[in-house]
Design a protein around this ligand. Structure first.
Ligand code: XMP
Length: 319
């Protein structure tokens, strides 16, 4: 019987056989798959593993710190964190088109990762969080999968340039199996069962030009929304939920004055395969509560709207 424990033992054995005493490099994205690979490799080869985590500044609220706390401090994985937020914001200046933003983010990501990887010596293997659906799914397009590192690395050509061989311990597993072994390996359940997050991150959730100031507001609004979803036991009942920053000014009243501030949209969907989706019918009282919190707690946001568009015709993300 293929219990999570058996799958782990089997994978550990295979990885050890494959890489021997060699050193392995892994790009950690904060997502489930690369985190599970990190935890698995830590168990299999310990010190022979080095992870590079590129913090793009486009992650969720405090996510970079959480990745470090979970992987480095709690799981004992060696992680090199690259704080590249300023480079990403700079590269995104004046870029408005969603696909252009994706290209800029994807390219810079590879560049930063490659720079860091190039500093490491004696690495022979590149580990990737490829899972079975990635193997069968045709690559490309907008849904190039959440693991930027994975989909772009072939493009970046790092394995060829650094002469790296690939190790992909999750290649035969489905997402639910990956999650189960993640929990078994000691990753926090909350992290392992998190909603999907796009590779370009908040870069496609700030509509139009991405600015640090917008990202900061969005992170905070999104964090309030997610915190309340969890608190109301709604998080696991929806497939994906997030906030979107609309660079539109709207009039509101603050105290005795008039505010002229930004708008945030909340999105929550229910779906099986993310190809089609229904908007989630979250309770009005809940939405009311979240909206009040966001407007009261975040200076700079004067209006919150809820997205009631299905897919199709709308996509799940706004860009
Ligand atoms: P859409 O917006 O196409 O999203 O309905 C379907 C699913 O794909 C995710 N998504 C992305 N994931 N890179 C990714 O890795 C992207 O550029 C991207 N765009 C959308 C989206 O979050 C949803 O889960």
């Amino acid at each position: 019987l293929w219990t999570p424990g058996r799958i782990i033992d089997d994978s550990i054995e295979r990885v050890r056989e494959q890489v021997g005493d060699d050193h392995v490099l892994l790009g950690l994205s904060g997502g489930v798959d690369s985190s599970v690979v990190a935890a698995l490799l830590e168990k299999a080869i310990g010190d022979q593993l080095t992870c590079v985590f590129v913090d793009t500044g486009l992650l969720r609220y405090q996510e970079g710190d959480q990745v470090m706390a979970t992987m480095a401090e709690h799981m004992g994985v060696r992680v090199i964190r690259v704080n590249a937020a300023e480079r990403f914001f700079k590269a995104l200046e004046g870029v408005e088109d969603p696909e252009d933003k994706r290209k800029v983010i994807g390219r810079l990501f590879i560049e930063v990762f490659d720079e860091e990887a190039g500093k490491l010596e004696g690495v022979k293997w590149l580990a990737q969080g490829t899972i079975y659906p990635d193997v069968i799914e045709s690559a490309g397009g907008k849904t190039g999968k959440a693991h930027v590192i994975k989909s772009h690395h072939n493009v970046g050509g790092l394995p060829e340039r650094m002469n790296l061989k690939l190790v992909e311990p999750l290649r035969e597993l489905f997402k639910d199996e990956v999650r189960r072994i993640g929990v078994e390996l000691g990753l926090p359940r909350e992290m392992v069962y998190r909603h999907p997050f796009p590779g370009p991150g908040l870069g496609v959730r700030v509509l139009g030009e991405v600015k640090a100031e917008y990202v900061e507001l969005l992170q905070k609004a999104d964090a309030i929304y997610i915190e309340e979803l969890r608190r109301h036991d709604l998080y696991d009942r929806v497939s994906q939920a997030f906030a979107v920053f609309l660079p539109v000014k709207s009039v509101g009243v603050v105290g005795d004055g008039r505010a002229y501030d930004w708008v945030v949209a909340l999105r929550a969907v229910e779906t099986i395969d993310f190809m089609t989706a229904h908007w989630a019918q979250l309770p009005y009282e809940f939405l009311d509560h979240v909206s009040r919190r966001i407007i009261n707690e975040l200076r700079g946001i004067s209006r919150v709207v809820y997205d009631i568009s299905g897919k199709p015709p709308a996509t799940i993300e706004w860009e």
